[in-house]
Design a protein around this ligand. Structure first.
Ligand code: ADP
Length: 472
């Protein structure tokens, strides 16, 4: 074994005591920990292994003799300091005489190790306790926040039931949406703190699988079609009509993945697929896929996705919002339901999130499979015959058709002073013109800035110019 490289021992600074001795027992090396703990800081010349472990090594004609086995097994020995006081160690003595002519002894002070283990345990317990207090605090605060938010929401809805000026109604709708968003965040934090504290319990019951999917679809279809995206849903006939599981939580996971797909996709389509993959007694495994043609995720960022509070990059988060808790909650929920969640993605081409869960089938229902063959939702946008790539490619007929479509929606939103939606369509226009000649890109940027400033006159000028150059 080559102990020394360029005159420096790589083991010099380890916490473990390390010594080397030759066939005669003479110590040829002590690392810093050994010199300190054995009190040989002023030198160990002339010392031999019998001085350190006199109970284990005895002097003999051929250097030393010992009953201590060499190898990686740990031995309890007593180490003596220079001043002849001693302490117990756990040591391994390895025979490297064939290669380097040396024996290497690696030892740990048992008392110190026990002390450290106790200290680590104490720190661990304190950290756990602090975590528990923090989780409880977060749970309490979020719970308390719910009451005022729902109070505002209730009153706003009450007002919306009355006859109102358009402008007032618009502000109230905005407040209503903000409260809805806040409720979503509060629910996410509550779920997260319950999951972290191990206090989350599933509530399985019998439910109609296809009605659940219809509900999921109805929750998202408007936002998806408003963006001009296609939405397809396919369900395998192998999934029985009724299953037993936590419907709310399956809806939550699917909903989260579909919301993300919609959030991060500006052209193309979103596809949801559900199939049955296995059966063991009265349990079946369901496998879901949510596929989009959106911005995609870098391979290097994939591991970060399912961690709590993690968003792929700060600029993306600012643009799209979110707390970075959604996928972590999905992962924990899916694992509670006996499954796994995974992602496959390619930057700028789209992502496929898939997850499995185990659910029950009731005895009399077990063979009542759905009679329908796969049922497919027709696309909401005009993407059926064209791929997302054709749409993104500036200048293709699909691209120009989509551009025209998005620009007319954009100007409609401007007329209605719905600035948030106008910005959303503007983003899609920017994606669709990303490969366009520079002049078009410049006008698109100016139009975007005018929308951000809500400058109506400038918007109409830039809009007309863009339409003119695009020939739309
Ligand atoms: P958030 O609530 O912030 O969206 P999530 O945990 O749901 O939190 O998602 C974390 C991050 O993963 C997102 O901020 C985004 O960067 C990335 N991500 C999630 N879904 C997609 C998707 N379909 N396409 C591209 N990126 C995605």
């Amino acid at each position: 074994m080559e102990l020394e490289k360029n005159g420096v021992f790589p083991i010099e600074d380890t916490l473990e005591i390390i010594l080397a001795f030759d066939k005669t027992g003479k110590i040829t090396y002590m690392n810093a920990a050994a010199r300190k703990k054995l009190e040989y800081e002023e030198g160990f010349s002339g010392k031999c292994i019998q001085d350190i472990f006199p109970n284990t090594f005895r002097s003999a004609q051929e250097g030393f003799e010992t009953d201590c086995p060499f190898g990686n097994a740990l031995q309890n020995l007593v180490a003596y300091r220079k001043n002849l006081t001693c302490f117990p160690v756990e040591a391994r003595i390895v025979d490297h005489t064939e290669t380097s002519g040396l024996y290497i002894c690696m030892a740990n002070d048992i008392l110190e190790k026990e002390f450290l283990t106790k200290e680590i345990e104490q720190v661990r317990q304190e950290a756990q306790q602090a975590m528990k207090v923090k989780s409880e605090f977060v749970a309490n605060v979020t719970h308390e926040l719910r009451t005022p938010v729902n109070g505002i929401l209730g009153n706003v809805r009450e007002l919306l039931g009355e006859e109102l000026e358009t402008k007032v109604e618009r502000y109230l709708r905005l407040i209503e949406r903000c409260c809805g968003d806040m409720n979503k965040i509060i629910n996410n934090i509550l779920d997260f703190s319950k999951l972290e504290a191990g206090k989350f319990t599933l509530e399985p019951r019998k439910f109609n699988f296809r009605s659940m999917l219809d509900y999921v679809k109805s929750n998202h279809i408007n936002k998806i079609t408003e963006k001009g995206l296609g939405f397809f849903m396919t369900v395998s006939p192998q999934i029985p009509e009724y299953i037993i599981g936590d419907e709310l939580r399956i809806v939550q996971v699917l909903g989260n993945l579909i919301s993300n797909a919609q959030k991060f996709t500006s052209v193309g389509k979103i596809t949801v697929e559900a199939v049955r993959t296995a059966r063991v007694n009265d349990k079946i495994e369901l496998f879901f896929m949510v596929k989009d043609t959106g911005i995609g995720i870098d391979a290097a960022d994939k591991d970060k996705l399912f961690q709590s509070f993690s968003q792929v990059d700060a600029s993306i988060s600012r643009k799209y919002g979110g707390t970075g808790l959604g996928l972590n909650i999905c992962k924990q929920l899916v694992e509670l339901m006996g499954g796994r969640i995974e992602v496959e993605s390619e930057k700028n081409r789209g992502s496929t999130f898939s997850f499995s869960v185990w659910v029950g089938i009731s005895e009399n229902e077990e063979e009542v499979l759905c009679e329908q063959t796969d049922y497919i939702e027709m696309p909401a946008g005009d993407v059926e015959d064209s791929s997302a790539e054709d749409i993104r490619q500036f200048g293709t007929p699909e691209n120009l058709k989509n551009l025209k479509n998005n620009l007319s929606k954009l100007i409609l939103c401007v007329e209605m002073e719905n600035w948030e939606k106008a910005e959303m369509f503007m983003e899609t226009v920017r994606t669709l013109t990303s490969g366009a000649p520079r002049e078009i890109g410049r006008i698109a940027l100016r139009l975007k800035m005018a929308i951000q400033k809500e400058n109506y006159d400038k918007i109409t000028t830039e809009f007309a110019e863009l339409n003119n150059l695009l020939g739309t």
